[in-house]
Design a protein around this ligand. Structure first.
Ligand code: SAH
Length: 417
């Protein structure tokens, strides 16, 4: 078979179980007459048809599977059906149908490997993570506009993982109208009032706003009334806005990026909070700043009055929402040390009975492992720690049962005695 990918003997099980990735190590023979990016059938060692997907010899994942149905051509109608299915899921979820920003396509977990699409009002942001999607992005952008009625599609294919596919990083307008520089989207507060956030679709981190934390921001806000809150790794300051809306007495936004802190202040103003009186913005490295506060005290936190309850500690609530520490398997050990460090420091800075709301978005660190890190930090901090809530990515970031890797965000709400 010149035009097929043939697997090594015994390597067909994940394909039969509909895992969408075929790694180079499972492949006995690549096709000679199929160009990278094109659709290719995948056969077992005996030549039996298993599935079909798009090819990329330059990637370790040489085929991303799209269909297990031999009679289903991968044509424009196929892509449209998949996009419509993803759109339907969001339309069928009452909360999302009313929201003006959500993830519309979550890659493998929406049966569209390599494709991520976020919606912000009338604008879409597309990320093409693979060659197969990159080659079809124009068509996909036009189909997305038809399905959603959105005005335009911006491309943000600037995730460095694209290099593993042999692709350069690129961003810009893909189809339709350009978004305004200052697009404002909203998200309901704990009490259901809309809170407003400015998003920069062309230049912001990720696709502009951390949509995966939507539900967790409200769960976090439920612990913030009357509390002194540290929002570490604050970026857009969205957790701070939710905390203040729920009645926090003061919030500290801490981030290494000055631009992020400025965006945090804009978002406070958009919601009628005073960036000076209600919030302290601190530029610095979370590891260093928390260590300094623990060891040297916190003269930079003059605005942070001692708790009325006389509870002690510097904060009553600490939110830790760091970037992905483990980019690959070789980074997991180091990542675990990083998670342990910041969680230990946070526990040491919390008032007795305070809340630690801690996240990991490293897919390679699963929920059980993350919980072990918190356990280790609690032992070292010599504090009793109760987990009161288990958090995960918002429902517009589904996890396909065949693709457990799709579950990447996990969080714990802990009471630290
Ligand atoms: N909680 C945010 C998202 C966090 S994204 C939200 O809801 O919008 C991660 C943020 O961590 C980025 O803004 C990045 O600038 C910041 N960051 C990364 N490493 C850091 C470090 N060591 N110290 C402080 N901030 C850091």
């Amino acid at each position: 078979m010149q035009n097929a990918v043939i697997l090594k003997p015994g390597r067909e099980k994940p394909v039969r179980q509909r895992h969408p990735w075929v790694f180079s190590g499972a492949i006995a023979q690549l096709p000679s007459a199929v160009a990278d990016g094109e659709i290719v059938p995948v056969l077992d060692a005996k030549g039996r048809w298993l599935a079909q997907g798009y090819l990329n010899r330059q990637s370790q994942i040489q085929v991303r599977l799209l269909s297990w149905n031999q009679a289903e051509p991968i044509d424009a109608a196929f892509w449209r059906r998949r996009l419509e299915t993803a759109h339907q899921l969001r339309q069928n979820t009452a909360e999302l149908a009313q929201a003006d920003c959500y993830r519309l396509v979550h890659g493998e977990s929406d049966y569209l490997p390599g494709l991520t699409v976020d919606r912000y009002g009338a604008h879409l942001v597309l990320q093409a993570g693979t060659l197969g999607i990159d080659q079809r992005k124009q068509q996909l952008a036009e189909q997305l506009m038809e399905i959603t009625g959105c005005a335009g599609v911006v491309e943000r294919s600037d995730d460095p993982n694209r290099r593993k596919e042999g692709l350069a990083l690129t961003s810009g307008l893909l189809a339709g109208a350009a978004p305004p520089d200052k697009l404002v989207v909203s998200e309901p507060s704990l009490s259901g009032q809309p809170l407003h956030f400015q998003v920069d679709l062309l230049d912001g981190q990720k696709t502009g706003f951390y949509l995966d934390q939507r539900e967790n921001r409200r769960r976090t806000a439920a612990h913030c009334a009357g509390k002194r809150v540290l929002n570490a790794f604050s970026y857009t300051g969205a957790f701070a806005v939710h905390a203040l809306a729920a009645g926090a007495t003061h919030v500290v936004n801490l981030d290494s990026s000055v631009e992020a802190l400025e965006l945090g202040e804009i978002n406070l103003q958009l919601n009628h909070f005073d960036p000076d009186a209600d919030c302290t913005s601190i530029a610095g490295d979370v590891f260093e700043v928390l260590r300094d506060w623990r060891d040297l005290g916190a003269p930079d936190l003059a605005a942070l009055k001692p708790a009325e309850s006389g509870a002690g500690g510097l904060f009553d609530v600490i939110i830790l929402d760091p970037p992905k520490f483990a980019q690959s398997k070789s980074h997991v050990e180091r990542a675990l040390r990083g998670y342990k460090d910041i969680n230990l420091l946070a526990m040491q800075l919390l008032a007795p009975g305070g809340a630690l709301i801690t996240f990991s978005c490293s897919g390679l660190v699963d929920a059980a492992l993350f919980q072990k890190v918190i356990f280790g930090a609690a032992i070292d901090a010599e504090r009793d720690v109760q987990i009161v809530d288990f958090l995960h990515q918002a429902s517009d970031h589904p996890v396909a049962a065949t693709f457990p890797e799709g579950a990447y965000l996990k969080g714990l709400i802990c009471r630290v005695l």
